[in-house]
Design a protein around this ligand. Sequence first.
Ligand SMILES: Cc1cc2nc3c(=O)[nH]c(=O)nc-3n(C[C@H](O)[C@H](O)[C@H](O)COP(=O)(O)OP(=O)(O)OC[C@H]3O[C@@H](n4cnc5c(N)ncnc54)[C@H](O)[C@@H]3O)c2cc1C
Length: 407
Amino acid sequence: MPATADRRPLIGIVGSGIAGLRAADAILKCEVDARIVVFGDEAHRTYNRPGLTKKRYPLSGALEKTIAEDVRVKGADNDAVTWRLGIRVETADLGDRILRLSTGETFEYDRLVIASGIRPRTSARGDGECELHTHRTLRGLGDARYIHHRLQAGEKVTIVGAGFVACELASLAKEYGCEVLVLEALRRGPFESVLGERVAMTLGRWLAQQGVTFLTGDSARKFLCEAKPSNPEPASDRSLFIEAIGSVPNVEWLHGNGLDLSDGVRVDEYMRVSPWENVFAAGDIARYPDPWAAGNLTRMEFWKNAIDTGDLAGRSVAASLGHGSVTSRIGYFPSMTTEVLGLRIQIAGDPKTSDSMEIVCGDLDRPDQGVLVAYLREGAMIGAAYLDKGARFNSAYIKLLRSLRER
Ligand SMILES: Cc1cc2nc3c(=O)[nH]c(=O)nc-3n(C[C@H](O)[C@H](O)[C@H](O)COP(=O)(O)OP(=O)(O)OC[C@H]3O[C@@H](n4cnc5c(N)ncnc54)[C@H](O)[C@@H]3O)c2cc1C
């Protein structure tokens, strides 16, 4: 970018998602006299990504506009920040503090915030195809517009995976009146890696009771791409094939700087990227010391985590420029809510690191009547899950949350 006479520190933020926006907000709030430039390879300012799967849209010609309006985020219209959208940061030289952009320009920074998030994993070749399917994934507004449009047409849809995005997509597709096949080849049911096998099997039954064809193991495998094309089983009559099989952190642009990029970007409890004192990371991409399991690192793909870590990274940037001090370490209390075919699922704490579980109230055979589960590690509660169609055990759940927070 052209040199200017402006001597204020230059802060580059890579990623225009919520973590990047919150980092910028926090720097501004600390009244740092700096120029902040946000780079984003999407064409849009920050939007509410979770909103992409939460609502069915009526048939209309203005689907893209309607979704975009629905997922607006407060503060994304902030013009105290320079937005450079539709621009990809191709490489970073952290030693020389230089970013190389897809426009051919370079950008020299004083501070850098890495907030480039993740992208969906896919089993497709580079062109998104295999012998059987055109593979689709859902991450951005463009993907959402395409998928809503196809679901509106009532297409038969195959969804691979049984995590949060897969289950929300299955719900959405059912709401649109589609015939839905969900394939989970590796596990027994939805959210198994987080909530364990018993709850996962309950959720698998729930999907089936709501009219979704839910297949696991070999029954699922024969519909997948590795099935031979000559095999008549593959769901070739299902024109929409969506994969929601996990994620890949967007770290490629950081290669060659000696960072630990084995699972996102490793940071300390202030979101600093060692050994570079002027580099910070936040959001889905940041792997930080787990406040719930001493000695472990964790990387979370949740909206509130991106908000809290973005805010902390911003305050750390401000402190590194002499504005304020960062006293609070990561205080993120993990909690999230999703709805799968009318069943509300609330999760708190860190159930995936538990070694046992207890049903506190309700019955796993009747999740719609409410079931509250506590997750324990070495006898101490470290997480909770609450499944219900109503709010029968809400006060018991809130009580569990309180004791989790007080740990
Ligand atoms: C469909 C869906 C539903 C979800 N639902 C929920 C939910 O119900 N609850 C919940 O807690 N979480 C949910 N999430 C997760 C939540 O949206 C994420 O945790 C959050 O958006 C992460 O924000 P982020 O800023 O870290 O990353 P992102 O939002 O991914 O932002 C990173 C941005 O950086 C851009 N970028 C990447 N590399 C570069 C580069 N080299 N140069 C320039 N730009 C780059 C990316 O394109 C992206 O725009 C959902 C996610 C999806 C996809």
